[in-house]
Design a protein around this ligand. Structure first.
Ligand SMILES: [Zn+2]
Length: 182
């Protein structure tokens, strides 16, 4: 029996705390306008369906925004707590399939979510610059070339490089970043 059959984890997570978590990461020194960067911001009500989802108005540029505006978490139908749990499971290196099972989601929906979270994270992370002696602690060996390594190397050329890049991005994300900053 899957753990998700016994415990509906997302039902135990507090929405208000999830929004507070986003605010804390996104604006550690107080709310700032995502358009002009001004800190002269006033609260401007809440989302109609979710009272924890705060709206704001910028006194400098009159722009309106909310807790999620400009983040990868904006504009989705899944509640924020589901995104937060998804991110948590990604940090535990669960597969998309495992995350989908735990959250009671469709696997393809979960894949879309994890891709968006990674994209949001990678976009915020500065490019890594390597200097001096570099050690690599994980090695991926291509299996199943059936005695034709040259053919596999040729076929896997660009795809292999792309996969490697994706793994590097994911590893960098695990080490450094979070998706809540705009
Ligand atoms: Zn502004």
């Amino acid at each position: 029996m899957a753990a998700s059959d016994l415990i509906n984890l997302s039902g135990l997570i507090d929405d208000a705390k999830c929004f507070a978590l986003v605010r804390q990461h996104r604006w550690p020194a107080g709310v700032r306008c995502p358009v002009c960067g001004s800190g002269s911001v006033i609260r401007d009500g809440c989302d109609d369906t979710q009272p924890c989802w705060q709206r704001y108005r910028c006194k400098a540029c009159s722009g309106r925004f909310d807790d999620l505006t400009g983040t990868v978490l904006a504009g989705h139908h899944q509640p924020l707590r589901v995104w937060v749990l998804c991110l948590y499971f990604m940090g535990l290196n669960l597969s998309n399939r495992q995350i989908a099972l735990e959250l009671g989601l469709d696997t393809s929906d979960t894949q879309t979510m994890t891709e968006q979270l990674r994209r949001g994270l990678v976009a915020k992370t500065p490019a890594v610059e390597l200097k001096g002696e570099v050690e690599i602690d994980e090695v991926y060996v291509v299996a199943g070339h059936k005695g034709q390594p040259a053919a596999v190397a040729k076929r896997g050329g660009s795809g292999g490089a792309a996969n490697w890049q994706a793994r590097q991005d994911a590893a960098r994300w695990r080490r450094t970043s979070h998706p809540f900053s705009a």
